[in-house]
Design a protein around this ligand. Sequence first.
Ligand code: NAP
Length: 270
Amino acid sequence: MKTTTPGKALITGASSGIGAIYADRLARRGHDLILVARNEQRLSEVAQRIRETTGRNVSIVAADLGKHADLARVEAILRADKDIDTLVNNAGFGAVAPLLEADIERMEQMIGLNVTALTRLVYAAAPGFVERGRGNIINIASVVAISPELLNGVYGATKAYVLALSHSLQHELSGKGVRVQAVLPGATATEFWDIAGSAHENLPAEWVMRADDMVDAALVGFDQGEVVTIPPLQDGGEWTAYEAARQAMSGHLTLATPAARYLQPAGTRA
Ligand SMILES: NC(=O)c1ccc[n+]([C@@H]2O[C@H](COP(=O)([O-])OP(=O)(O)OC[C@H]3O[C@@H](n4cnc5c(N)ncnc54)[C@H](OP(=O)(O)O)[C@@H]3O)[C@@H](O)[C@H]2O)c1
């Protein structure tokens, strides 16, 4: 018989911002926690606060997910600990610099964290979830996944990857007891913006959501069974139409014959 008791949730980037709020909310939902980030002091403070307010077990793992050895330690935990039923892939950073003004070394680090680490953690967690017929993968993407012109293009591309991977995971794993959700926040009031190069206070206040409002909305989307949740999008029908158009076009994307508009006019062929 399947148990419905929440298992442990492993949350990356839980030392601040969105990840720290997920930690609080998932603990309140009955999950014990494993919190991952680089800053051990801040992780300890988040963990202690949650233990005191919820009584849950909270452990911390200080790890730089941009470093292979540290990432491997977290992967090993996901493989070994069969009580983990939820992975929140949240650690990430962005940039506001236009493409050619951005430092390529920094862009590579961004791909390393936002794409490579997230992918390796999915690969570490998902087989166990499938084996146990139970698990949740929440991937924090961004609205720039579908609107890459808004911020640095490499950042948008990393988040488009997260969205595409989530669609594929949903396609392959939803029949095996695994829930997949991609969350696409808009501008959210966290340190993300300072790290990206411009404080969120520089944005119009009406664009910027509080981190706890964002996470609470994302969890409502999760409870409603959404695969993609965009908290700031007021008219959900816009996403439904966009996704329906994508799905409809998916049926027309491979054929032996080039489309008529690409056929060279008769008499001009080589
Ligand atoms: N804020 C926004 O407007 C916004 C919008 C859309 C999407 N997002 C996404 O939301 C996610 C969370 O960002 P946030 O807004 O909460 O920003 P944040 O407050 O800067 O949080 C980022 C978290 O990631 C951790 N982290 C950064 N580099 C790491 C590394 N190499 N290894 C391990 N952990 C690392 C940080 O902790 P340490 O420094 O302790 O390592 C921190 O806990 C990110 O994926 C971001 O792209 C944010």
